[in-house]
Design a protein around this ligand. Structure first.
Ligand code: ZN
Length: 412
């Protein structure tokens, strides 16, 4: 696999320097001689590609093939400024369908399944990607698109859909409606495949219980095909990703250094076979880790852990990167504390000091909880911190996204 991967990588570099004006300019700017790349590990000496650069290339500055080879474009939504446009060749569309088909298969979808697809169709990729994968596998696609819950439920009942694809929030809404209307006995759903937006264990469990299904996390981003580049299997111990088409690295988002397998950092993706808009070391801003070892299911594909947050959420204290997702996980493993927390970082007497405020049940002993959380934190994240345990309800709640990290180091 590694040898094949390196050959693909060399071919990619050649294609980029010959056919992509975007990368030719970048290689020149950085003085890169692609002939000096001797191993897959040498990738760490090549420059990253960022979302800002993709935006600056609007509309078609990323295109690396002649116009006659482009069969479609997709676009990622731009919350600020210009969107990113990604051109696809026939081969890109086929590979994407194959990878998505593989995702379906990994989640145990078969030809006799009926798959209700609720993500949107159009410029934003999701719907059509799922549809292509379902058809590639040979199952029956029910291409609903988003919204109209009334109709969704009617089709789900009448067509006896067995798989639901969507966002986890839509999965929850469907689960609640099914419960409210008391139509669970008419529903034939077995599986839910939900986009890997961050969703807690509690939400997952509610959807699974109320609909009586198994759920699978699927990962992807428009810049790299779209959804379908990783998914969990029945073991639910991380998402398998397709290393015959993609090369994943985890870097320290602050320094850009590649991190060893098992450590949390920012996911960086290189497309090995993509033609229309190949990307070299694309910084996804998603925080996760590569899981060492082979999965119990026996599949040869390596695994990526769940996304624990975005690089924008990260805070660095005494040289250690701390991600909100890690704290979520840590608190879940401790009895007697709630899932709410607040991090306060300040600079006192020339040193960074971090205080973690948590909420504890009134039955617990304050000193015990504070000691236990601090010990867990030290063991898991490698940093000595102060812990302050408050009664449940002691931390601020907000309808919108709660600000959990307060960094006072730059103030004054
Ligand atoms: Zn597996």
């Amino acid at each position: 696999m590694r040898r094949e991967q390196f050959n693909q990588f060399k071919t990619l570099l050649k294609r980029l320097s010959e056919n992509s004006p975007f990368y030719r300019r970048k290689f020149e700017e950085y003085g890169i001689d692609i002939n000096k790349v001797q191993s897959m590990e040498d990738i760490q000496y090549l420059p990253f590609t960022t979302k800002e650069e993709l935006r600056d290339a609007y509309p078609l500055g990323l295109q690396a093939v002649p116009d006659e080879d482009v069969v479609r474009i997709h676009s990622s939504s731009g919350t600020t400024g210009k969107p990113v446009i990604i051109p696809y060749t026939k081969s890109d569309v086929d590979v994407w369908a194959e990878l998505m088909g593989r995702c379906m298969e990994t989640a145990g979808v078969t030809k006799t399944d009926r798959v209700q697809i609720t993500p949107g169709y159009g410029l934003w990729t999701a719907g059509i990607g799922f549809q292509a994968g379902v058809e590639k596998l040979g199952a029956m696609a029910v291409p609903m698109g988003p919204g109209n819950t009334e109709k969704q439920l009617q089709m789900m009942v009448d067509l006896k859909s067995t798989v639901l694809i969507g966002t986890s929030s839509y999965g929850l809404l469907i689960a609640e409606e099914v419960c409210k209307r008391e139509i669970k006995q008419h529903i034939r759903l077995k599986k839910g495949i939900f986009g890997s937006e961050r969703w807690g264990e509690k939400m997952r469990k509610r959807i699974e219980d109320e609909l009586g299904i198994q759920t699978y996390d699927i990962y992807g981003l428009t810049e790299i095909y779209g959804p379908g580049i990783a998914i969990d299997c029945d073991e639910h111990s991380g998402m398998h990703y397709w290393d015959d088409h993609l090369y994943f690295e985890i870097i320290d988002p602050a320094t850009g250094n590649v991190l060893p397998e098992g450590e949390y950092g920012e996911l960086v993706i290189t497309t090995l076979t993509k033609e229309g808009a190949p990307l070299l070391r694309y910084r996804t801003r998603d925080l996760t880790r590569l899981i060492p070892g082979q999965c119990a299911c026996g599949r040869p594909y390596p695994r990526l852990d769940r996304i624990i947050g975005r690089t924008d959420d990260m805070v660095k204290v005494k040289g250690v990167n701390i991600y909100p997702g890690q704290i979520d996980g840590l608190l879940r493993s401790i009895e007697g504390v709630s899932s709410e927390y607040q991090v306060v970082v300040s600079h006192i007497d020339g040193k960074d000091v971090m205080t973690l405020r948590v909420e504890m049940s009134h039955l617990c002993n304050k000193i015990d909880i504070e000691t236990m959380v601090a010990e867990h934190f030290k063991k898991l994240i490698g940093l000595s911190i102060h812990v302050e345990a408050l009664e449940v309800g002691g931390l601020p709640r907000s309808e919108k996204k709660t600000k959990r990290i307060l960094d006072y180091r730059d103030v004054g």
